[in-house]
Design a protein. Structure first.
Length: 455
């Protein structure tokens, strides 16, 4: 063993128990009491929780979007991830007309190989089927280790939307090849109708971002996606769910036995649409927008009932000057907010405050994303798995500020939020990458996670 983590309370999805963890060559090789080995680096975790590293199944790093590029490079975003206890990120490369899936992913993988500070995987966004060639490539992509594809039912003018026929073709091909279809569900025609009306009326503040994409805009698209997935008996993963009506439809489909998974994000659990009435409301602009209190309560209720599968961030920050483009016109605000460094601390603090258990948080932020997306070496503290480990101090309070984050953005929607408990160490495959407030990892340490398909 080259690393022994001693006397911590190990958290799994069902148990919490005190034990030592032995690590060799990046893998967990032993869990027991009184583990010893000469020469091993010994870390005392007495009084601390020992958790599997979080998997943020939804980031947009260096993403060209909204007339600019999201503010976190792969280096900055994965450095921040490490400092928030995230040991694997799933990024979303964007396939464009004429380009293949593997070609698209490899362009991004090359950057990650140089820059990534934690492990990384890809869901590939599909925007054009290239006359069917993309569907023919699904099998090879799954073999390559990219086993999930995202469809935007929105962003029509941006050329990213897929229509219903394309969606159905993707659902069927994904089912055939053991892949998963991820959906961003909002109805673009309704959004455009609302935007046109508000702009004509001179209603241009960030509040109208919410009013142009309220609950019903997401619910219609959620239900449409669920309808097609059920009809095709194909697996479906709904990303960043934020509205009550769509959520209830998804939960019902799950109860009926359909292969449907629900992701939500911390921002929808913390903020409501009221943030768009603030002077700095534009900083909170993301799509789907934060929704009303009823939707937020429904999300928490579903989490507590075990009906939500994953919590991920949709990390897509933009700098203040870019958000300012939309000071007088909400349609010019680049959509997206920061979150990768806040995911695990936020959810663990919620557990510390008694809203859910630490076991639930491990399930939502690590074990479930690993299982759903075929990361066989990740997602739990088990002998044989990668030593992706977070040591968490439940008595260390922490107030989030842009100054104590490790990204490249210059503001955060989480500014001033106090968390009860905080990660103190993060290990990626046994390598210490975060230590008490400091990034101590190595740029380029992150490895591509080759996932396995669903059959
Ligand atoms: O506002 C958001 N969510 N920006 C990132 C792209 C997306 O829709 O996921
Ligand atoms: Zn999205
Ligand atoms: Zn997203």
């Amino acid at each position: 063993m080259d690393l022994i983590i001693k006397n911590g309370t190990i958290i799994t999805t069902s148990e919490s128990y005190v034990a030592d963890i032995g690590v060799k060559d990046g893998k967990i090789v032993a869990i027991g009491t009184n583990l010893k080995e000469e020469g091993a680096n010994v870390v005392d975790a007495n009084g601390k929780l020992v958790l599997p590293g979080a998997i943020d199944a939804h980031t947009h790093l260096a993403m060209p979007f909204g007339g600019t590029v999201s503010a976190d490079s792969y280096l900055a975003g994965t450095r921040a991830a490490a400092c928030g206890g995230v040991t694997t990120v799933f990024d979303y490369p964007m396939q464009r007309k004429g380009k293949g899936i593997i070609e698209t992913v490899e362009g991004r993988k090359e950057i990650c190989d140089r820059e990534a500070c934690v492990d990384y995987a890809f869901h590939c966004c599909i925007t054009d089927l290239n006359n069917g060639a993309i569907l023919d490539e699904f099998k090879d992509a799954v073999e390559y280790g990219v086993t999930s594809f995202k469809c935007f039912l929105v962003y029509k003018k941006e050329g990213m939307m897929v229509d219903d026929a394309t969606l159905v073709k993707i659902l069927l091909k994904a089912k055939e090849t053991g892949a998963m279809t991820n959906i961003h569900a909002e109805n673009p025609d309704l959004i455009d109708l609302n935007i046109e009306k508000f702009l004509k009326e001179g209603k241009t503040s960030a509040w109208y971002h919410y009013l142009s994409r309220p609950e019903y805009v997401e619910a219609e698209a959620d239900k449409r996606a669920i309808h097609w997935a059920k009809s095709m008996e194909a697996p479906l993963y709904l990303v960043h769910m934020a509205d009550k009506e769509g959520l209830e439809a998804a939960i019902e489909a799950k109860r009926e036995g359909y292969d449907i998974y629900i992701e939500t994000c911390p921002q929808y659990l913390e903020f409501t649409c009221d943030v768009y009435k603030r002077e700095d409301g534009r900083n909170f602009v993301c799509s789907p927008p934060m929704k009303n209190k009823e939707s937020q309560d429904a999300l928490w209720k579903a989490i507590k009932a075990g009906e939500i599968d994953t919590i991920a961030t949709d990390h897509c920050p933009f700098q203040s000057y870019e958000k300012d483009w939309g000071k007088d016109d909400f349609t010019k605000i680049p959509n997206g907010c920061a979150g990768v460094e806040n995911l695990y601390p936020y959810m663990l603090s919620a557990a510390n405050e008694g809203k859910l258990s630490f076991n639930n948080v491990v399930e939502l932020c690590s074990t479930n994303p690993a299982k759903i997306f075929g990361c066989t070496q990740k997602g739990s503290i088990t002998v044989g798995k990668d030593a992706d480990i977070v040591i968490y101090d439940p008595s260390k309070d922490f107030t989030i500020s842009v100054d104590n984050m490790h990204s490249d953005y210059d503001h955060t929607i989480w500014e001033g939020k106090t968390l009860y408990g905080y990660p103190v160490k993060t290990f990626v495959r046994g390598n210490l990458v975060y230590d008490n407030g400091e990034f101590v990892g190595k740029i380029g340490l992150g490895e591509f996670v080759k996932r396995i398909g669903r059959k």
